[in-house]
Design a protein around this ligand. Structure first.
Ligand code: ACO
Length: 401
């Protein structure tokens, strides 16, 4: 590994790497990806084992502190998180500033950013205790923030968190309970929800995480940094792909339409891409997609909707794409977003909620990376550019133009 920055700084030269395809921006001990093998490790533990044997809050502990917790450490962490699940009552008013048909990602981004205004006592980045409080607050409050964005759009009253439920159960409760009827959380659905959180928890230096680190490098407070991450995640090439993928499956509509869309995806002159396919790092199957696929089968089986048309299109599309020369040659496999939308739709979430759920899951990854950066000395992130504009020229008065 060569520190190009140190090597080139004095000579005032720099590498040109649009999209940062071969630029490492930091050292990190949190998440490892081997794109060729299709391997993903959180602190050394494979994602498949964590998805099967662990649970989201334990994974949060692992990502944040580096080791799996003992029973006492886990109990203490869980108590600290549940203590902070409520949102400041004044933050309810913040929601009513949004149009009722606002995209919930816009609402989540705004409310997370507004946490800097409501929780001043945890914005001093130089105080390790305040950094820790901000971390716990974010992990604890994101389910409440996201569930309330859902309720706001649905025109239903906000449901307060229930601390006797686990993290995933409580989220489903806040989304689906209504005043007349408490939602009965099915343990299989809660497990599937927990698995979605776990599989999305971190993914090293993707666009949103790099955004959080870049914002953090300027000394911005943690809530502002996470709001920046939420904003970046929204795009369809990143977290917004889960919404875009399900909408694409619906647009395809029936299995007989698939060849038309495959043709469009292969056409260089058509901007259309098969959403939920391809990944910058994985050039083999996305290991999260494998687990998600099993989970999708389980959830749809439980809900008795295996014969759903969208699912039939998804399965056939996957089959055709995996055999197609174009997709094989470019190593375009289904990614995690291809299956997560199917599960979330089956659970009763509208497509607009898919990306906010991704944001809630990824918050721990963002804050772990931010924490790691804060614990080390780091420079402000400041990429260079290749200027291609006009050369020096003198200003011309308006009369002379
Ligand atoms: N459908 C059709 N063709 C594709 C697709 C796709 N989904 N993805 C990539 N390609 C093609 C490109 O056209 C390009 O072809 P070319 O070499 O002939 O020009 C080649 O594959 C490489 O594509 P790039 O865009 O250079 O690859 P990059 O690594 O920059 O992009 C990305 C990765 C953004 C994920 C891309 O595959 C994509 O847009 N996929 C669809 C959106 C999506 O599912 N995003 C979710 C990513 S996972 C996540 O964020 C959780």
């Amino acid at each position: 590994v060569v520190d190009i920055g140190k090597l080139y700084a004095k000579a005032d030269v720099f590498t040109f790497d649009p999209g940062y395809t071969s630029t490492g921006s930091c050292e990190s001990k949190i998440t490892f990806i081997d794109g060729e093998k299709g391997e993903l490790l959180y602190r050394g533990y494979p994602i498949e084992q964590l998805a099967e044997k662990s649970h989201y809050l334990e994974v949060c502990y692992l990502l944040l502190y580096g080791e799996l917790p003992t029973k006492a450490q886990m109990d203490d962490f869980e108590t600290r998180v549940t203590k902070h699940t409520m949102l400041h009552e004044q933050m309810r008013n913040f929601y009513s500033g949004f149009r009722r048909d606002a995209h919930p990602m816009a609402v989540v981004c705004g409310v997370v950013g507004a946490m800097s205004a409501f929780y001043h006592d945890s914005t001093d980045i130089n105080d390790p205790w305040q950094r820790e409080v901000a971390t716990i607050r974010l992990i604890a409050k994101l389910p409440t923030i996201v569930a309330w964005a859902f309720k706001y759009a649905a025109g239903q009253p906000f449901v307060y968190p229930r601390n006797d439920l686990n993290y995933a159960e409580n989220f489903l409760h806040m989304c689906f309970s209504v005043p007349a009827e408490e939602y009965k959380v099915d343990p299989i659905l809660a497990k599937a929800m927990d698995r979605i959180f776990t599989l999305h928890a971190d993914h090293e230096q993707n666009a949103s995480t790099s955004t959080v680190r870049l914002a953090g490098s300027s000394g911005a407070n943690p809530f502002a940094c996470i709001a920046a991450g939420v904003a970046c995640l929204w795009g369809p090439a990143h977290g917004g792909a889960n919404q875009a993928c399900l909408e694409m499956l619906r647009e395809i509509g029936t299995v007989d339409q698939i060849p038309t869309y495959i043709k469009k995806a292969k056409d260089k002159n058509d901007p259309f891409r098969l959403m939920g396919f391809g990944h910058r790092v994985y050039k083999n199957f996305d290991p999260r997609a494998k687990v998600m696929k099993e989970s999708a089968d389980e959830v749809l089986g439980l809900l008795g909707i295996e014969n759903n048309e969208t699912l039939a299109v998804a399965k056939e599309l996957e089959k055709i794409a995996l055999e197609d020369e174009y997709f094989v040659e470019k190593k375009l496999y289904p990614n995690v977003d291809f299956y997560s939308g199917i599960i979330l739709e089956a659970m009763g979430f509208p497509t607009s909620m898919f990306t906010p759920i991704f944001a809630l899951s990824r918050t721990v990854g963002w804050i772990s990376q931010w924490k790691e950066m804060m614990e080390e000395s780091s420079k402000i992130g400041r990429p260079r550019q290749l200027y291609t504009g006009a050369a020096f020229r003198d200003y011309v008065d308006v009369a002379g133009r």
